[in-house]
Structures are given as C-alpha cells and as structure tokens.
Design a protein around this ligand. Structure first.
Ligand code: SF4
Length: 507
C-alpha cells in the first residue's frame, strides 16, 4: 500500500508521515533526503550539477533502495552526513535541475513499488504517485500554520515575531500554488484533512485508521518488484515504446503476466545467440547479468547493447573476480543453471558451484588441498541454507575459508517478513510467478513454520472459503498492480474503482 501525504508548509505533513509509518509498520520515504544524498554524492565526486552529461552518468550508477530502517543509497544507509547546513544548500541547488527532479521522481516511484510506504511532499499525490491507494491532503488554517511555525522558530531560539511569520507563510502559499512546475494542489481523489485544532497524535490516528480500513490483509513490509527487476522492466518498456526492436537475454522477470505484456510490446527473447547474424536492434542484458563471452557475442550481433545487470549482482561479480585475483579459489553457493551463477562463473577461471543440500562432506574433500578459499553466494539464496553451508566449511577447513554473504538484503528482508507473517497469520498468500524461485522460497519458509501457504498468481488462484487471519507477501518478480488486484478482491467490503482506489473522496 502506498500512502501519499501532501499539504502546504506548516500542515505537519513530515511529522505525521513519519508517525503514521511507524504506527503501521510501513517505510517512511524521506524524499528530501534523496535530494540531499544525491547532491552530496555528486559534490564529493566534484561533479557540477549543471553539467548534465556527467550527472546523468552518475545517476545511472546510483541506486536507492528500501530497507527496514528507511532508504539506502548504493546499499548504504543515509546517516547524519546528509543533515548538515552545507548539504541542505547543495540539495536546494540540485533540485532546480529538471533532469535531476525527473530522475528522483522515477526513483521515488520505484521505491514505492518495493513495499508499504508513506511518502510526503507537495506533489506526491498529483505527480509522483498519482495512483497511490490512499492520498491525504493535510491542511490547517493559515493562522494555525503560522502559529506552529512561530512556535518551532522560538523553540530553536530564533528571534521572530508572529506577524512576519504569518506574512511569509502567505507569500509561500501563493508561490507554491501558482508556480508552473508541480503547483501545490490536492489530487482529485485525495482526502482533505483539516488539522486546525487537532493534536499530532489525533491526526496520526485518523490517517492510520483510514489506511487500516483499506488494508484488511496483513501485508508484508516489502512487496512488489525489487530494485533490480523494477529497473530492468521499466527500462525495457521505455525502449520498446521508443519503437526500436528489442531483444532480451532471457526472461527479464519470472512472471508470466509481465513477460506477456513485454512480448506484446514487441520484446523478443534470444534463445540461442549463435543462431543470429547481424541484427538492427537493441539487446538488453537482464538483471541476472551475462557471462563476458556471451556479452561479446551480443555486441558483435546487435547494433546496441544495454546492460541492465542489477548493480547488487554486479558487485558480487566484481567481488568474486577480485577474490580470485588475490589468490583465492572461489566457491559459489547457488543453483548451477541459474543465469546469475552462469554469468558469475563465466568471469572466473577456477571455481566450484555448490547447491544447497548437496553432500557438503564431499565438497570439503574436494577443497582440502586448496590453501585459500573464498565463498560467495547467488544473491537470491536462502540465508538459512547459506549459513548451514558456510558454517560447515568453517568448521571443517578453519581459517583457510573466507565467507562473503552476498545474499541480497531485499531477499533477506522478504524471508524475515515471511516468518513474521507465518507467526501472525493463519494463512499466508504468496504472490508470484510459478517459475519464480524466490517465490517458492517464501512458500517454503511459511510451510516449514506449519502455516498454510497459498501460491497465487491471479485472483483465480484464491481458494473459496474462510482463510482466517490472512497475510500476504510477494516474490521480487511480482509487480505491485498484481498484488493490489488480489488485495482488492479479498477486501470485498470496500468500495473500489477499477484501479483499486476508493471513490468520491475529494472534497
Ligand atoms: S533480488 Fe537480485 S535483482 Fe533484485 S535487487 Fe536483489 S540482487 Fe538485484
């Protein structure tokens, strides 16, 4: 579920958004922090914000992602370093560039598709998330907002008088509502909530109650596409819509409905690269990556190649190559035929692939004569399986083994949410493609905890009858709209429009 909170200055939207997220166990997306973090990254690399080409290059190699504790940039949490006065000035400066705003808006949309989120700002319900399931437009009388601002300034020992704060507030309102780029206005289907005379906790209670009314199912904190899949699918759609012929190195995502949509747009899957001669078209390398030999061949055959390898996967490739260069024999814990493992092993000269549940004693026998061993994992393996294997190796081979847990944090969080839902619900619906291995892993976790796990792709897969307290989670290859359809179907007490939102709420 996505909650968009907009409103004028002084309406209390940041405080309310943070507290609502905490109350509902959702993730609060601090959009301002994203501007600050990007500004700091560019500034540290001495890139001028006005220099579009290096900025675009930088943004192409920057990724924001959701974690239990908020947003990460390139896999690292945003800390106090972005809260300085200098970064604040850099961020207002960077926000003036339309290409930066466009990039960050896309990133914010991508984050909103990765879980249950609360996002606040001045154009969230109208521009950033026009299809959010719940939109709130917080407001309060201008006098009340000026009083709040005045109290804040006094508390921070600033010398001000109420009348000048009121005057500034009026000027800002006029500026915000009349500017050309994303003027401040409520979305048509937003619920307008006047907070004049209400305490913060009363406002939070009201918003959280509205969200609960729409959410009758216990939802995993993180659902929908993961970052890597979202990026690959959306880029593929963009290129397909540009009218070019597009070819992919395999299924971009293990989800039948999404793949059908892509194929309907014209995507072709490369079954055997050796059967192609020269092709006037774009080849897309999907999020799993590809081995260097096949990439070379792609570049010989196609007029253009776009590498959409997930940056997290790419980091594992680089780590493994680096470990080998430093003299280690690399053990890859993963599925032999998984494309990510093929792409990784294609970069290595000496390696061993070990699958979960193999006879680990015989693996140890094969490694006994080797002086230095490094273990990495396919990014989507189960953490429990990886721990079992790596602990076994450490016990048997001691400090000759260096363990690198390279399992993607997003998949780890989904596993932990599957466990939580299994503890709290009677039935857990797992939404995902029938051939999606990370979906199967979630089903397995719920089943192992003795709860009913139902694998669902569409509403037609939902069983008849009572499900009891129901939880819902999805694999990382499930788009958010599939989840919303299922939620709407279950939630039959709610009046919804075709796109899943309540009707007639704008006032
Ligand atoms: S699950 Fe895989 S593709 Fe998705 S973000 Fe993690 S590493 Fe990238």
């Amino acid at each position: 579920m996505r909650i968009a909170i907009d409103g004028p200055a002084g309406s209390g939207k940041s405080t309310v958004a943070k507290l609502v997220a905490r109350d509902l166990n959702f993730v609060y997306i601090d959009t301002g922090a994203m501007y600050r973090a990007l500004a700091l990254k560019a500034h540290s690399l001495k890139i001028e914000f006005s220099d579009e080409s290096p900025m675009v290059e930088l943004m192409n190699h920057t990724y924001f992602s959701l974690s239990e504790n908020g947003i990460t940039l390139d896999g690292r949490f945003l800390g106090e370093e972005i809260r300085t006065r200098e970064v604040s000035m850099l961020s207002s400066n960077i926000a003036r560039y339309p290409y930066v705003r466009a990039y960050l808006t896309e990133q914010q949309r991508s984050l909103s598709r990765q879980g249950n989120v609360v996002m606040e700002g001045r154009d969230i319900g109208t521009i950033v998330l026009p299809d959010a399931e719940l939109k709130i437009f917080l407001t309060a009388s201008i006098e009340e907002r000026a009083r709040r601002r005045y109290a804040e300034l006094i508390a921070s020992l600033k010398e001000v008088d109420y009348e000048s704060v009121l005057r500034e507030m009026k000027a800002r309102d006029l500026n915000d509502s009349s500017r050309e780029l994303a003027p401040l206005k409520p979305a048509k289907d937003a619920i307008r909530l006047d907070t004049t005379g209400l305490s913060i906790s009363e406002v939070v209670e009201k918003v959280a109650a509205m969200a609960r009314k729409r959410q009758r199912v216990l939802l995993s904190k993180s659902v929908g596409f993961c970052y890597g899949v979202d990026r690959a699918v959306n880029e593929a759609i963009k290129i397909l819509k540009s009218g070019k012929s597009v070819f992919a190195t395999g299924e971009i995502v293990h989800n039948e409905a999404v793949m059908k949509n892509l194929k309907d747009l014209g995507l072709e899957i490369i079954e055997d690269i050796s059967s192609y001669d020269r092709v006037d078209g774009i080849a897309i390398i999907r999020a799993h990556g590809i081995d260097p030999g096949s990439e070379k061949r792609l570049r010989e055959v196609f007029t253009g190649v776009i590498d959409l390898t997930c940056p997290i996967v790419y980091n594992v490739f680089s780590l493994a190559v680096d470990l080998q260069a430093r003299g280690s024999f690399v053990v890859v814990f993963g599925k032999r035929n998984h494309p990510e493992v093929t792409a990784l092993s294609g970069r290595l000269e000496r390696y061993l692939i070990v699958e979960p549940g193999e006879d680990y004693s015989s693996v140890v026998d094969r490694l006994k004569a080797i002086e230095r061993i490094a273990v990495v994992s396919q990014t989507t393996m189960s953490t429990d399986d990886f721990k079992d294997f790596s602990s076994f190796l450490e016990e048997e081979l001691g400090d000759r083994v260096e363990i690198h847990n390279t399992i993607c944090r997003i998949t780890v969080e989904r596993e932990s949410e599957a466990r939580r839902l299994a503890c709290e619900a009677d039935t857990v619906i797992v939404v995902g493609g029938k051939n999606s291995s990370n979906t199967k892993k979630l089903l397995d976790i719920v089943g192992r905890l003795g709860k009913r796990a139902i694998h669902v792709q569409t509403t037609g897969d939902l069983p008849q009858g009572e499900l009891g307290r129901t939880g819902l989670i999805s694999g990382t290859s499930t788009p958010y709209d599939q989840i919303q359809k299922i939620l709407d179907y279950i939630d039959n007490e709610r009046e919804v429009t075709d796109n899943g939102r309540e009707t007639g709420t704008a006032r």
